[in-house]
Design a binder for this molecule. Structure first.
Ligand code: NAD
Length: 314
């Protein structure tokens, strides 16, 4: 680090990586040293926009303290490992890797290099999720809808690993109980992978989570709702809106339901995620979403797809 500034780079400046580059180029206490991409024109284009350099992977050793890996999931492990082994902190996009073996290799490389691994589960940094967290005491039932229009990317993985994994990570960070049962159904419509999935998770605590994810919807919806014995907490991830309704029992007469929208200060979740990452690098502390968290979400996604019954041809 030079004068307390974290020297950072982004590898893979496609759809998401360009936003990492944009935010890092503006973040206080960060120097965006450069961007790397297998497509040299793309690297040059993004470097020019953000007044930085297009670099080769070999240029990074000794030049950076922290790297964001936003390449396709299949290459996360091969790109992240050598950096971590050299002691360079890495924020790897979600899902952490395409297999548990690769996720373990990333985590082990971080340990060997004495540095941190953060995983890009962006919804944890959504201001509405952060505002809801203190109100989630004992969810008994969780309902999730994450419906998106057909993307031209990430079609090499199931909708469970691409979209549902965001909600699996949020739920695992809220429900402190092992998963006791999984019922899952998937439908492959436009691709050979599952494009729609519905999953019911039963936790040992008795909490039930029902998740639906689709990447072939006409409209976009991203909502998670928590039902508790005396309150209902609803988060609209996309609008960054939080609603809380409580059961109020007066000394006499019938109980009433009171509440409504809770004010939330909106901010780009990706910016909060990157701020946490660079603060963790500077303060030498674990990031908010660790490699182990990423592994846990990946392991649950893998269990779900293993148990998934199929509708239609695959
Ligand atoms: P993309 O295909 O748009 O971009 C990937 C970029 O990486 C491309 O520019 C490509 O040329 C480059 N690349 C490929 N292999 C490389 C390598 N070995 N070294 C350097 N560059 C390489 O993909 P995307 O949609 O930006 O997704 C990237 C990652 O981000 C995926 O893991 C995806 O799951 C994740 N993602 C996360 C979120 C989120 O909400 N956190 C959203 C979208 C994507």
């Amino acid at each position: 680090m030079t004068a307390g500034r974290v020297r950072a780079a982004v590898i893979g400046v496609g759809h998401l990586g360009r936003h990492h580059a944009r935010i890092l180029s503006d973040l206080k206490g960060v120097e965006l040293v450069g961007v790397v991409d297998v497509n040299p024109q793309r690297a040059q284009e993004i470097a020019e926009i953000h007044r930085t350099k297009a670099l080769a992977p070999g240029d990074l050793a000794g030049a950076v303290d922290a790297v964001v890996v936003a390449t396709p999931t299949a290459s996360h492990a091969e790109v992240a490992r050598p950096l971590l082994e050299r002691g360079i902190a890495v924020l790897v996009e979600k899902p952490i890797a395409r297999s548990i073996v690769e996720a373990d290799a990333i985590i082990a490389a971080g340990r060997a290099g004495g540095t941190i691994v953060a995983v890009g589960h962006t919804e944890r940094f959504n201001p509405a999720v952060e505002a809801a967290r203190g109100r989630l005491i004992a969810p008994r039932f969780i309902e999730v809808h994450r419906l998106g229009t057909f993307p031209d990317r990430s079609l090499d993985i199931d909708v469970v690993f691409d979209l549902m994994i965001h909600d699996l990570d949020v739920i695992l960070s809220v429900v402190d109980s092992p998963v006791a049962g999984i019922d899952a159904v998937g439908v492959a419509v436009l691709t050979p992978k599952f494009d729609i999935a519905n999953v019911r998770l039963r936790f040992e605590s008795g909490c039930i989570a029902n998740l639906t994810a689709s990447r072939i919807s006409r409209d976009r919806t991203r909502k998670i709702r928590f039902f508790q014995p005396d309150s209902y907490v609803s988060v609209d991830y996309a609008a960054q809106e939080l609603e809380v309704w409580r059961l109020v029992r007066p000394a006499s007469g019938l109980p009433a339901i009171e509440g409504g929208i809770v004010p939330v200060t909106n901010e780009e979740p990706l910016k909060r995620e990157l701020q946490d990452f660079v603060d963790a690098v500077r303060d030498r502390r674990p990031p908010k979403v660790t490699g182990e968290d990423g592994r846990r979400a990946l392991a649950l996604a893998a269990q779900i797809t293993e148990r998934m019954t199929t509708v239609g041809e695959r």
